[in-house]
Design a protein around this ligand. Structure first.
Ligand SMILES: [Zn+2]
Length: 392
């Protein structure tokens, strides 16, 4: 059966679809995914797929939920991709136009080629091949194309909630270069405000200078970072806490009325955002207990949860076998150091899912971003093999 499926792959359809997608500049921010959604709708509609347009969380940024229905004997296989790309930056830094979709040396070039219109193209080719095979599906093959991944919006979460699926298996086709991402690090940004009391600097001692308070707090954060780096997750590596932005002061000769500092906290799958915040609050509470002038607040401004599934799942074993069969290399089980929508599958709807796809992650978000055509072709074969095992 797999041989029959592979014989139906149309490489030029795969390449031209990815080129088409790259040529639609779906930059986010501000969130211009709509023309991509329209392209996908037209293509899938022409092919005769069942399609739902999901106008949530944003009525102006439609999302696509499409399927080839199965007979219901097996749970669905859900292929996921985000339609948005990060801004292209300075055009003069690109060799070709950032949205050229040009071909050189066996690669497709342009913003989003690797992250992750290549992955969307793979999902489309897999779906088209399965459809053309006219094989009976035991489980639904589902395509879920989301908005707002690059800005942490609940696009994929919303599609999954609307889909009604609560079992099955998901593949988030982000560029992992064929590594099998069963865990992912989370990320939380905390804004810590330290309050001051502004006075003229000629009588600075009569005020409260939040920069002085920060000098103590900052040392504690460095110590905290050192300690939590000893918490090493077997797949995701060490937890981390990094100070990234700082803001204080209204004028050169005024003791500042407040100071804010952002902490970027990388959260491992065995940590929770709540516990991580409590640790930061504990440091601050200790400082304010020993200094009556130390007054603070902590706000969680952004959260991408961590997520993990057991690597012993049969779906993961199947995926690893297909990777080895297609690439000739042993599949690497991995924890992604970056966040993807896989957390929406695992944490929000309790469907096991993996981050897996073609393309090297160091291509993502760079000038002259590109993806190897051979990788796209191999990824289609791998995902077809998984589909054959799970839903055919
Ligand atoms: Zn991505």
């Amino acid at each position: 059966m797999k041989k029959q499926l592979i014989s139906l792959i149309n490489k030029s359809r795969l390449v031209s679809t990815v080129q088409d997608l790259v040529r639609i500049p779906s930059v986010n921010p501000p969130g211009n995914e709509k023309p991509v959604a329209e392209y996908l709708y037209q293509l899938l509609n022409k092919w005769g797929f069942e399609i739902d347009i999901i106008n949530d969380p944003s009525p102006h940024r439609p999302q696509i939920l499409a399927k080839l229905p199965g007979n219901g004997e097996r749970p669905p296989l859900i292929l996921n991709g985000h339609m948005d790309v990060v801004p292209e930056g300075d055009h003069s830094q690109w060799t070709d136009h950032p949205f050229s979709g040009s071909l050189h040396n066996g690669r497709i070039y342009g913003r989003g080629s690797c992250d992750m219109k290549g992955g969307i193209g793979v999902a489309l080719e897999v779906a088209r091949v399965i459809q053309l095979s006219e094989l009976e599906l035991n489980g639904d093959l589902v395509l879920a194309f989301a908005i707002g991944e690059e800005t942490g919006e609940p696009g994929t979460r919303s599609i999954l909630e609307h889909s009604g699926y609560r079992d099955g298996f998901g593949i988030v086709l982000e560029p992992t270069d064929f590594k099998v991402g069963v865990a992912e690090k989370g990320l939380a940004w905390f804004r810590v405000m330290i309050k001051g009391k502004p006075v003229h600097c000629s009588i600075a001692e009569k005020g409260i200078n939040p920069i002085d308070k920060f000098l103590v707090f900052g040392k504690e954060v460095k110590e905290h970072d050192k300690n939590i780096r000893k918490r090493i997750h077997p797949k995701c590596g060490p937890a981390k806490c990094t100070m990234t932005m700082i803001n204080a002061g209204t004028k050169e000769n005024v003791v500042p009325e407040s100071l804010s500092v952002i902490l970027d906290r990388r959260i491992n799958p065995d940590e929770t955002a709540k516990a991580v915040q409590a640790e930061i609050e504990k440091i601050l509470t200790k400082l304010s207990a020993s200094d009556p002038d130390f007054s603070f607040s902590v706000e969680l401004v952004r959260l991408y949860e961590s997520a993990e599934i057991p690597s012993s799942l049969p779906e993961i074993e199947s995926l690893c076998e297909e990777v080895e069969a297609v690439t000739g290399k042993k599949a690497k089980i991995w924890g992604t150091p970056f966040s993807t929508d896989v957390r929406n599958f695992i944490n929000d709807v309790n469907i096991p899912a993996v981050t897996f796809g073609p393309g090297e992650v160091d291509q993502a978000h760079t000038f002259d971003e590109s993806i190897r055509i051979e990788d796209l072709f191999n990824a289609v074969q791998v995902v077809l093999g998984v589909a054959a095992n799970l839903i055919l």
